[in-house]
Design a protein around this ligand. Structure first.
Ligand code: SAM
Ligand code: DTB
Ligand code: SF4
Length: 328
């Protein structure tokens, strides 16, 4: 079956994706979908290079939001101990270790609904300090107003991570303390301030294929494609409402990666949370389908991640090399 690209929307230089068109892609025979995704991947990237990011939780737990998947929400009994904002010099010391181990991007995450005015000086000092190490910087701090986004841009922040997580339809099943529209608003502030957008979502939260498709349609139809698109596979956390969610079937997960690659050809597609539950073969299929970024290290923010030894071995077996840092 041939799936044609839609007409160019008169208001946009970029064709907009329709639900029907993406569904047709999603339902292609697996080999046809992968062939298509891999060709697009090769046209835009070196297929044997994967970008390496490292995460640090700079403020853990006690979050006022009620995201049903998250260990850090104060609404759930996950057993996680909450902590205060980390000291700037500790953050720089951790980033130095990550740089020396080969990471080119450092992502700092805080369990906040939004940063308070009193937090901004420390957060800005973290961006400046990590930047001075020669790394790309990324932060994920919850909602930002335009002024906060501009301040982070001025400090040298390269990326801001803010996920839409799922479809607009399914969003209220997962989170009740904010709306899908709130998410889009912060993304607009980030874009307006000139910071690159890192935006993706989670699959395996009991959603239907239509929700995965709608999520990707929203991402790919944003005014600009997010430069980075993290696709997380739910890590079920005990004590959270999604602890027993039905896992996504591995082949379905690879299909989501392939769609993200086809729909956002020049974006980095990150194989994010959930790799400890994936076989090497599943990850290899994801790289073939167009994933070209991962988080390394034993821990993500609070949950486990394959250690660096395991990833180094996987890269060797697949002939994959770390991608150099982008020219600034
Ligand atoms: N508080 C900020 C926010 O929500 O934007 C930043 C940190 S938050 C933990 C970053 C992202 O991690 C979430 O948007 C979600 O996509 C992902 N995430 C959190 N818990 C997860 C889990 N258990 N499994 C998979 N992804 C998860
Ligand atoms: C993203 O999309 N995934 C990362 C990063 N952005 C901040 C976070 C994954 C978190 C996994 C659960 C945890 O470690 O608590
Ligand atoms: Fe808070 Fe972010 Fe976790 Fe939601 S995902 S509970 S906003 S830390």
């Amino acid at each position: 079956m041939v799936v044609n690209r839609p007409q160019i929307n008169s208001e946009s230089v970029r064709p907009l994706w329709s639900q029907a068109e993406v569904r047709a892609l999603y339902e292609l025979p697996f080999n046809d979908l992968l062939h298509r995704a891999h060709n697009i991947h090769r046209q835009n990237f070196d297929p044997n290079k994967v970008q390496i990011s490292r995460l640090l939780s700079i403020k853990t737990g006690g979050c006022p939001e009620d995201c049903g998947y998250c260990s850090q929400s104060a609404h759930h009994e996950s057993g996680l101990k909450a902590s205060k904002l980390m000291e700037v010099r500790r953050v720089i010391a951790e980033a130095t270790k990550a740089r020396d181990a080969g990471a080119t991007r450092y992502c700092m995450g805080a369990a906040w609904r939004n940063p308070k005015a009193r937090d901004m000086d420390a957060v800005v000092a973290m961006v400046e300090g990590v930047k001075a190490l020669g790394m790309e910087t990324c932060m994920t701090l919850g909602m930002l107003d335009l002024e906060q986004a501009a301040r982070l841009k001025q400090a040298g922040l390269d990326y801001y991570n803010h996920n839409i997580d799922t479809s607009e339809r399914y969003y209220s099943e997962i989170i009740s303390t904010r709306s899908f529209a709130d998410r889009l608003e912060t993304l607009e502030h980030v874009r307006q301030s000139g910071i690159k957008v890192c935006c993706g979502g989670i699959v395996g939260m009991g959603e239907e294929p239509v929700d995965r498709i709608d999520m990707l349609v929203t991402l790919a139809n944003l005014p600009e494609h997010p430069q980075s698109v993290p696709i997380n596979m739910l890590i079920p956390i005990e004590g959270t409402p999604l602890a027993d969610a039905k896992p996504i079937e591995p082949i379905e997960f690879v299909r989501v990666i392939a769609l993200a690659r086809i729909m956002m050809p020049k974006s980095h597609v990150r194989l994010s949370a959930g790799r400890t539950a994936m076989t090497d073969e599943m990850q290899a299929l994801c790289f073939f389908a167009g994933a070209n970024s991962i988080f390394v290290g034993d821990t993500l923010l609070t949950a486990n991640n394959p250690g660096e030894d395991k990833d180094a071995l996987l890269f060797r077996r697949l002939g994959i090399e770390p991608m150099e840092r982008e020219a600034q």
